[in-house]
Design a binder for this molecule. Structure first.
Ligand SMILES: Nc1ncnc2c1ncn2[C@@H]1O[C@H](COP(=O)(O)OP(=O)(O)OP(=O)(O)O)[C@@H](O)[C@H]1O
Length: 269
């Protein structure tokens, strides 16, 4: 066995079950995410995507089954887990600068408090996401795409084994969607960080997606996009007719419930 094979998986769920009171959100979830893997989590509103991230972040306990992160139980504030939230524009009057936010993501013990190594590390992270030119600009003055780059730098500051992304493309224009996804992809390639990417829009991340976890009313499916995103699989998962169309390298999902409209991306150009 090689040493890579012996390393604990960044994320492993076995027989995982989540319920709120009498309502089961998902159950029987078995999933091991490999180092550097890009897992895209899809599903309609209320299917439990955000709940899954909350469980991995140690904010919500599983109702049953097991979860380990880099071999250890989930816990709040773990350095092994980075988190990129949904796009939210910062209050324009905030005095917080890009470098302040990234510094918050650094672990004090490891990088020292206020020392040179800490400052260098912040500069390195900002440069890695292309945010060096606006490192000292108040966040509120940055564009949505620029702010999201800074959040990526913050999430990567602790060199997490696992990067959780909760619809980070929401309200970004197409150019910035491509930039942000390419950046996340580059980080996982260069650092081996595993990515769990929750989205309603498969197309911007389809080229990077190794596997899909599809959460749906009648169960869930895990597999490559070609395995999961088929009319047969989604019809079974929804319990109602769904058509998966592929056109010019894009996936369009038609049918099911109203939430499916989210998957139909606006036509480019
Ligand atoms: N703390 C809670 N207590 C009770 N029910 C909850 C709680 N949090 C979430 N739920 C319910 O669990 C279900 C899953 O919610 P969740 O937010 O995880 O779904 P989602 O897939 O992220 O949805 P969306 O696509 O709309 O963001 C929903 O029906 C929601 O109302």
């Amino acid at each position: 066995m090689t040493s890579a094979a012996a390393a604990p998986a960044p994320l492993a769920l076995a027989g995982a079950h989540l319920a709120y009171g009498p309502r089961t959100v998902w159950s029987g979830l078995d999933l091991t995410v490999a180092p550097g893997e890009f897992l895209t989590v899809l599903g309609p509103n209320g299917s439990g995507k955000t709940s899954l991230l909350r469980v991995v972040l140690g904010l919500t306990p599983l109702s049953g089954g097991r979860l380990t992160i880099a071999g250890a139980p989930a816990r709040r504030g773990s350095r092994d887990v980075g988190y990129i939230p949904q796009q939210r524009l910062v209050d324009p009057s905030t005095p917080v600068r890009a470098r302040d936010l990234v510094r918050l993501g650094l672990d004090g013990d490891r990088w020292g408090i206020g020392g040179r190594s800490r400052r260098d590390r912040v500069d390195e992270l900002l440069a890695a996401v292309g945010a060096a030119p606006y490192a000292d600009v108040p966040l509120g003055m940055l564009s949505g795409g620029e702010q999201q780059r800074v959040r990526i730098a913050q999430a990567l500051a602790s060199e997490p084994a696992l990067l959780l992304c909760d619809e980070p493309l929401l309200s970004l224009d197409l150019r910035h969607q491509h930039e942000v996804t390419a950046l996340i992809d580059e980080m996982r390639r260069t650092r081996g960080t595993s990515v769990v990417f929750v989205t309603h829009e498969i197309n911007p991340v389809l080229p990077y997606t190794d596997r899909v976890l599809y959460l749906a009313p009648a169960g869930h499916a895990v597999g490559t996009p070609d395995e999961v995103l088929t009319s047969e699989r989604l019809t079974a998962l929804y319990g109602t007719p769904v058509d998966v169309l592929r056109t010019r390298g894009r996936v369009v999902i038609v049918g099911g419930d109203d939430e499916h409209a989210h998957h139909v991306e606006e036509v480019e150009e």
